[in-house]
Design a binder for this molecule. Structure first.
Ligand SMILES: NC(=O)c1ccc[n+]([C@@H]2O[C@H](COP(=O)([O-])OP(=O)(O)OC[C@H]3O[C@@H](n4cnc5c(N)ncnc54)[C@H](OP(=O)(O)O)[C@@H]3O)[C@@H](O)[C@H]2O)c1
Length: 305
């Protein structure tokens, strides 16, 4: 299939392209970071007027996955207008243009749309209550997409993996500090469901192949604290877990407000896909194997002159 990926220099977009380029014809949209990618890249700022139509005209995709976003929570607080333009208005434009062209459209949203007050996991039926600009603009992006294009798919995700700059994901944060013997803390009271980003990409393709539409939670099937996640990384790479200190988010100095319960149920997705999602240890094993096989360096070589 001809697959258009926005945000292809990002953590999800780049791994998605890498994961699917042998079976599908990939066109990624990038603002100029990727100089040597092994797939087709269109250089374009997505906020330029007419960007959406001109990209769709030139790539003529059969599927579109919108991974572009302003995904830095503090940057969203600093520039709410930019956050709205990227996280709400841009997906609305893609949803509308894909509907007009009859192209299946997937928009990537976030587990952060809930306030974390619930005791237990959140399903797609639960009422979101975003805590900050990022989460609010992402939730409004979901609404905009499904209002414009009810056949679109919206996936609320959480993932980790190797990134272009080597420091985008929480796993890289722990790994980089651990390998430099730098002490760090991990929150014991923030619960989330991490999934290896390559599994996220593979599952999104399976969802597209099944023709799913509407809202889905697509996160790892195992909930854990961010501290526990760091410890799992340390153990997998035989690094010193004692470098990670348990800490409460209540004593942190993070600027943007964050939910402390990002535990999402994936029951709807597994029922509609007819299979379980890959478990945490399988993803972590692959993350480690990728490292041993030079996957992070391979990704980074795409941006070198
Ligand atoms: N990381 C997570 O665990 C996580 C959790 C929940 C939800 N999500 C969602 O998953 C999606 C992907 O996240 P990510 O972690 O891959 O984000 P990321 O690494 O920050 O990537 C964002 C991408 O958007 C691109 N972009 C931003 N502004 C653009 C513009 N004006 N024109 C063209 N491209 C632009 C960036 O390009 P540049 O490189 O040029 O800036 C980058 O490629 C987002 O929707 C995010 O909200 C991520």
């Amino acid at each position: 299939m001809k697959l258009l990926l926005t945000g292809v220099s990002g953590l999800l977009g780049l791994n998605f392209a890498q994961e699917t380029m042998s079976a599908h014809e990939i066109t990624g949209v990038d603002r100029g970071k990727l100089l040597h990618a092994p797939f087709k890249v269109l250089k374009q700022d997505l906020l330029d007027s007419n960007a959406v139509d001109s990209i769709l005209d030139s790539a003529a995709p059969e599927w579109v996955v919108n991974c572009a976003a302003l995904a830095d929570l503090d940057a969203c607080e600093e520039d709410p207008d930019l956050a709205k333009r990227l996280n709400t208005d841009l997906p609305r434009r893609f949803a509308r243009a894909c509907k007009a062209r009859n192209i299946p459209f997937v928009h990537i949203s976030t587990d952060a749309v809930f306030d974390g007050e619930k005791d237990g996991f959140y399903s797609e039926e639960d009422m979101p209550n975003p805590l900050g600009v990022y989460a609010k603009t992402k939730l409004e992006g979901e609404w905009a997409v499904l209002t414009e294009n009810p056949k679109a798919m919206v996936a609320r995700v959480n993932f980790y993996g190797w990134s272009l700059a080597g420091r985008r994901s929480l796993a890289e944060f722990f790994f980089n500090n651990l390998t430099n013997s730098k002490s760090m803390s991990g929150f014991t009271d923030v619960i989330f469901c991490p999934m290896l980003v390559n599994d996220t990409a593979r599952t999104l393709v399976a969802m597209l192949q099944r023709g799913l539409s509407g809202l889905y939670h697509l996160v790892g099937p195992q909930a854990m604290s961010k501290y526990q996640f760091g410890v799992e990384i340390a153990r997998k790479f035989s690094l010193r877990e004692s470098e990670i200190s348990p800490k409460s988010i209540l004593s942190s100095s993070l600027t943007a407000r964050r939910s402390n319960n990002l535990w999402l149920s994936t029951h709807k997705l597994t029922a509609d896909l007819g299979r379980d999602l890959p478990d945490f240890s399988t993803g972590l094993n692959e993350f480690c194997t990728q490292y041993q096989q030079g996957y992070p360096q391979k990704l980074r070589s795409y941006q070198q002159a």
